[in-house]
Design a protein around this ligand. Sequence first.
Ligand code: BES
Ligand code: ZN
Length: 458
Amino acid sequence: MTVPAALEQYLESQRERFEEDLCEILRIPSVSTDSRHRGDVRRGAEWVASQFQAMGLEAEICETTGHPIVFAQSAPVTGKPVALVYGHYDVQPPDPLSEWKSPPFEPTRRDGNIYARGATDDKGQMLTHVKSAQAWMATAGSLPIQLKFVIEGEEEVGSGGMYGFLDTNRDRLQADIAVISDTSQFAPGQPAITYGLKGIAYYELRLVGPRQDLHSGTFGGAVTNPANTLSKMLSALVDSKGRVQVPHFYDKVVPLGDEERKQFAALPFSESAFMKQIGVDGVSGEEGYTTLERRWARPTCDINGLTSGYQGEGAKTVLPSRASAKFSFRLVPNQDPHDVTVELKKMLQAMCPPGIAMELIDFHGAPGFVLPLDSPYMAAASRAIEQGFGRAPVFIREGGSIPIVNTFKEQLKIDTLLLGWGLDDDNTHSPNEKFSLADFHRGIKASACLWQELAELG
Ligand code: BES
Ligand code: ZN
């Protein structure tokens, strides 16, 4: 069933205003990991809350141990399912700033896209559900099902505050299905529903050697160099075949089934186009797996930041007193981030030589998951996407993480629909993040259709 004609007309007539509203939230530098942006993150929450209030919904800014969560809900609709819409208004740091063609918090339209940090991840995608709700309220006076919105400000730093919030608000958050748009389409013009994401385990390793930096000629070779040690430790994490070397890391990994491997292989993925997109002349990874398998369904390890010694112009012969690295593992279903922490710590401690003090900081972790494909909710979402995007979605997995999805299952006993409107080349977490404005509007339409499709499930 299509949505009412009045609603379609409304969406058409409001395109410009929706884009303006998107620009408004994109101007708020709500960088959750950076304490200097604390106030901006709160302004992000206030902006989101004001959107709900403007459409006549109750909205509340809920305090947490970290950044606030915005909660809003529409009226109950008897006999119809309840959907919990989750999204995040926080963003990743915009660094490196010099590589942005237009400033990260001055949203700029170019070639049919909007460029800004958070354009697709997740302000633009999150807003599609807010706008579809607004459209229903404005044209029909109510929504066809009850929506409960939870929009948080800590997704990009592991969702720390969400766990307590779910715990204390379990009754209020009761729903039949969760809906998240914070993933991607398979390709331009080919929408997707994501049925699996990776988990994560994120660390910082700090090594301290001598009291202060030393002359590398006078002391080198006789005093343990923290940068040398860090390099050894990091290179021990993955072997030449791309296998993670943390003990017991693969113990619980479920092997990729032949059926799923066939499904991945049947998708129109071009490795050469992929290499061209990221500007490399070759790819590598775990031996025995294709690029899509590595990206979507195999655990990995990546250094995210690396610091030691002299970084200025020219050469300086110095034995640095400290070295540190931020690194993370992406996990697949069944792997437990806590197990990784225990084994990793033991492994690194055993490698730590005399003269070096080691500290391992465990930032955050979450397990990976796959979602059921055969539910009526999936079918409803598929129909809604077809109406919004003009093409039926394919089913994919992705390599990113959304930590709270597992907890929705565990605490609220509900599955999640991951309906992504982004694209692989949207530059999330990197310079020149963008979101296609056409997909923004298609996403709003798909979302508006989804509420109707879910209502028809009764
Ligand atoms: N939108 C992403 C999740 C995502 C990325 C899904 C790529 C599919 C493909 C999300 O906002 C994100 O980046 N999450 C973090 C979570 C982490 C900090 C706990 C991530 O994956 O790095
Ligand atoms: Zn992100």
